[in-house]
Every structure is written in structure tokens, then in C-alpha cells.
Design a protein around this ligand. Structure first.
Ligand code: BES
Ligand code: MN
Ligand code: ZN
Length: 507
């Protein structure tokens, strides 16, 4: 998507769609001037109760030649005291999706800073931040995944895609700062879109090998390093847990290891570890048929890991990062692991597999052990680990558990700042104890009565992280959006990339 920056008077700017942000207050400043030019058309809608400037409310007016712009699209941000960057991202997405539906081609976004009041406190780090928010939300809101639709099958009456937008700068001298902010926003969005595309691709296309080649492609073009350990190498390292999950599939598993070094030579890296199950049938503990297709997004943690390294490299973050993706396909077959099988992970621990559908923790175990060789200052793993997480939090927040409250607190505030929410669950020791096995060091599920499935998943992983500060994010609910949200269309959400970048920037 092309994002242009321009300084111009919105009242004398020609465009098919001028988008103007307003608060719930009576129109003032620009909104008032536009209203006057339109003979009170906006006031009419306000008086009739049709537009109040509530969050994500819109009012589309045809200017009938009264302005240079053909149409004005007002979008609400609610009470200015409550407005934050997330409000701007959502309003941007709402307005642009409506603009696209209405077949506008070159919308211009106008953020009338003087009329809107200051964005609330710490959530507004610098003066150009609202423009970063707009540039970030625009490509995300207008994202479509139609790689598999042949041209003839696309509905002929589908509105054309918006491929270019303009952001108005309030003053010529601020254009540079706004350009920079917009570039940052756009770089973030492109990494999120990379992640969303990986999530959308089906299991027959997005195999573990496909994740390897996509990671290598990103590494090459953005100049970070990437290697992939194959079955042979993983055998040498004793990664029996990851290999056990992979052995039922004809698509061999892989451990993808990426390194981005933007920090000091001696700085310990942050390790990001992602579950990359390219399809989860459940294995021999086969899942029910209904909805199984969704398990193509069981590699979301891995996709976020790749996206985060790409974003960090694009933004030239001054941190050292290691990204590890445990890529495998969970299939039932004559070679698949069975319930009762005992696997040995690369830290020597033995695992009794009581349910082959609890495979995410098995592949992560060896990936987490591998992360320890970097002596990381923090380990963050992301996984679509449990259906229980969706029961607890729906699609509204990811669950977080871990061993280091400072790390968790930083993640919680990064989530609040970027609009990707997290909710902490308690990692009580009872849950760890519930994983004691009669025959092995631990089992991969606890007894049915224990409950707390999301925490149990985390408790299992804890046995493989060593003494490093660690947080586990269960993104089963947030990785895939069941409905259209202002800047997250239905489907793969890319949840996690903006969160981790926000966290890394806070260090
Ligand atoms: N990938 C699933 C979890 C999942 C479910 C993610 C729905 C997204 C949407 C995971 O591998 C799994 O099957 N978990 C089991 C664990 C259970 C066997 C302890 C689950 O949640 O049922
Ligand atoms: Mn599973
Ligand atoms: Zn799974």
C-alpha cells in the first residue's frame, strides 16, 4: 500500500473521500467549517441522533460540489479524554473499510490535532504517534487473503481495492517527522501481514518445509540469519519430543533458528519461541471432524516469531533477538506416536504422552531447551496451545503465565499500548504437581478433574526453560479472529507481532 504525506488545507483538497476524525463534542474547528460549507448537513445528522462521534461511528456526506472533496467521511473517536492510539487505529480501520466498500479510490485521512485535544498521557509518546497509528492500521484494515481465488471466481461486483492513501500533515515543517512515523507504522503492518498470510495458508501448502523457506526468504531480504535443523540434526541433539510429534507425518519436522543482532555484542538476547504445528489433526488422539480445518492456524506462534524477527530487522531495533520455531505436522499414521508412548526430550526428561493432541507442549519442550544455549535475558513463547484458553478469554485476550513478574508486567503494558491484550493466569504449583507421571518424569496432560487447561499447558513448558525469565503466551483465541474488527478482518490476526515489538521497544 502506498502512503503519501501531504500538507494541504482539507477544505480545498480534491479527493473522492476526505476522512475526518471527530470527538463526541459539538463540531468545532475543521468539522464546524466543513459543516458550514455543507449548509449544516453534519449538524442535521447530529440533531437527529444519527451521528454522535462515538468510537467507530461514521457519517458519510456527499459534498455536492460544496467542497473540493467529493465526499466527507466523519469517524468518531468518542470522548477525547479517553482517546488513545488504539482509538485512532480503530477509527482509521473503520473509516477505510467503509471507504473501500463505497468504492472510493484515494482516501485522504485528516487528523485535526487542534480540535481533538491531547491523546491521553503515556499512551501518546510523541507528537507524530497518531500518524504512525494511522499508517499501521490502514494496511491491516484493508488486508485481504485471496491468493487461492482464480480471477474468474472473484465476484465481478466486488469493490476495487484501495491501494493508496494520503495522510494530511498539519504543517509543512512536520512532514519529515510524520513520514518517519508513517514508515514505522507501515513496517510494522507489513510484518503483521506476513504473519497473517502464513496463518491463512492451508496445511497442504504451508508445511514445516514451507515455514523454513519463508523464514529463510525473510532472513535473506532483511539481513538476519536463519538456519533450519532437520531430522538428522535433531536426532543428534536428542530432541525426541519434537521428533515424536513429527514422526507421524510425511512432511518432516524442522527446528527453525533465526538470529537478529541489532544490540551490543555482549547483550544477552531475547528468545522468542513459537509453536509451528502446520496442521493439528490431534494425531492418534484424533480430533472430531467439525471445525478441524481451523487447525491450519496451529502454526500461529511460529508465524508470529518469523514476523517479529522481520519487524525487528525492518525497524533496525537495537536489541539482540533469537527466534525459534518448532515446526511439525501432527498426523495419525502407522508411524505416529500413540497414547502411552514415552519420549525423551533434549534436556533428558522423559515424557509420558497420554494424549497425542497435547502436541504443542511436546514440540515446544525441545525448542525451549534449545533456547537456553543462548543464555537469553528473557524467553517468550507463543502458542495456540489450548482450547481452554478460548473458554476462559474468548478471542479478546491472550493468556500469559510465567516465572518472572517483571517480564509479565512489561508484556501486559505493551499489550495495553498496542491494543493486543493479555491476561495473566496463576501458575500455582498444584498444576505442576498434576503433571507427575507414574512411569516417566512427567506426563503431557493432567487428570481430567484438575481443570485449568491453559495453566497446565504452561506448567508443562516450565520444566524446559531452565532458570531464565520466561513467559508463555497462549494465543489460541487471539490468533484467529472470528469476526471483522476495525483493523483486524476475520481470519488470521497476526496477533503478537505488534505486542512483541512494543515490548522490545520498551526495554
Ligand atoms: N492446537 C490445539 C489447541 C487449539 C484448539 C488451538 C482450538 C486453537 C483452537 C492443541 O494442540 C490441542 O489440541 N490442545 C488440547 C489439549 C488437551 C488434549 C489437553 C485441547 O485444548 O483440547
Ligand atoms: Mn493438539
Ligand atoms: Zn495444536
Amino acid at each position: 500500500m502506498k502512503i503519501l504525506i501531504k500538507t494541504a488545507d482539507p477544505l480545498s483538497l480534491s479527493t473522492d473521500c476526505l476522512i475526518v476524525f471527530t470527538t463526541e463534542k459539538k463540531p468545532a474547528g475543521l468539522a464546524k467549517s466543513i459543516d458550514q460549507s455543507l449548509n449544516g448537513a453534519l449538524s442535521t445528522h447530529i440533531k437527529a441522533g444519527r451521528y454522535k462521534g462515538d468510537k467507530n461511528q461514521t457519517c458519510l456526506l456527499d459534498t455536492r460540489g460544496a467542497l473540493k472533496a467529493d465526499n466527507v467521511l466523519f469517524v468518531g473517536i468518542g470522548a477525547s479524554e479517553d482517546a488513545c492510539l488504539e482509538t485512532i487505529r480503530q477509527a482509521t480501520g473503520t473509516a477505510l473499510r467503509l471507504a473501500e466498500k463505497n468504492r472510493f479510490k484515494n482516501p485522504v485521512l485528516c487528523y485535526p490535532e487542534n480540535d481533538l485535544g491531547k491523546l491521553s498521557g503515556a499512551k501518546n509518546p510523541d507528537a507524530a504517534a497518531p500518524w504512525q497509528a494511522m499508517a499501521e492500521a490502514a494496511p491491516l484494515a484493508l488486508f485481504h487473503f485471496d491468493e487461492y481465488k482464480s480471477r474468474e471466481e472473484k465476484p465481478a461486483d466486488a469493490p476495487p481495492r484501495i491501494t493508496s492513501i494520503t495522510l494530511l500533515s498539519p504543517e509543512k515543517k512536520r512532514e519529515n517527522a510524520i513520514r518517519k512515523a508513517a514508515d514505522t507504522g507501515q513496517a510494522l503492518a507489513s510484518a503483521v501481514i506476513l504473519t497473517r498470510n502464513l496463518q491463512w495458508h492451508p496445511g497442504n501448502h504451508a508445511t514445516p518445509q514451507y515455514l523454513v523457506s519463508e523464514a529463510k526468504k525473510q532472513a535473506k531480504s532483511l539481513k538476519f540469519s536463519c538456519k533450519a535443523l532437520g531430522v538428522r540434526e535433531m536426532e543428534k541433539l536428542g530432541m525426541g519430543s519434537l521428533l515424536g510429534v513429527g514422526q507421524g507425518s510425511d512432511n518432516p519436522p524442522s527446528l527453525i533458528v533465526m538470529e537478529y543482532n541489532g544490540g551490543g555484542k555482549k547483550d544477552a538476547p531475547v528468545a522468542i519461541v513459537g509453536k509451528g504445528i502446520t496442521f493439528d489433526t490431534g494425531g492418534i488422539s484424533l480430533k472430531p471432524g467439525a471445525g478441524m480445518d481451523e487447525m491450519k492456524y496451529d502454526m500461529s506462534g511460529g508465524a508470529v516469531t518469523i514476523g517479529t524477527l522481520a519487524a525487528a530487522a525492518r525497524l533496525k531495533l537495537k536489541v539482540n533477538l533469537v527466534g525459534i520455531v518448532a515446526a511439525a505436522e501432527n498426523m495419525p499414521s502407522g508411524r505416529a506416536i500413540r497414547p502411552g508412548d514415552i519420549l525423551k526430550a533434549s534436556n533428558g526428561k522423559t515424557i509420558e504422552v497420554l494424549n497425542t493432541d497435547a502436541e504443542g507442549r511436546l514440540v515446544l519442550a525441545d525448542a525451549l531447551v534449545y533456547a537456553q544455549r543462548y543464555k537469553p535475558k528473557a524467553v517468550i513463547d507463543l502458542a495456540t496451545l489450548t482450547g481452554a484458553c478460548i473458554v476462559a478469554l474468548g478471542h479478546q485476550a491472550a493468556a500469559v503465565v510465567g516465572t518472572d513478574q517483571q517480564l509479565i508486567d512489561r508484556l501486559l503494558s505493551a499489550g495495553a499500548a498496542c491494543g493486543e491484550r493479555l491476561w495473566q493466569l496463576p501458575l500455582y504449583e498444584e498444576f505442576e504437581k498434576s503433571l507427575k507421571s507414574d512411569v516417566a518424569d512427567l506426563k503431557n496432560i493432567s487428570a481430567p478433574g484438575v481443570g485449568g487447561g491453559t495453566i497446565v499447558g504452561g506448567a508443562f513448558l516450565k520444566s524446559f526453560v531452565g532458570d531464565f525469565p520466561w513467559a508463555h503466551l497462549d494465543i489460541a483465541g487471539t490468533a484467529w479472529s472470528g469476526e471483522d474488527k476495525p483493523y483486524v478482518p476475520k481470519g488470521g490476526s497476526g496477533y503478537g507481532v505488534r505486542l512483541l515489538i512494543e515490548y522490545l521497544q520498551s526495554l
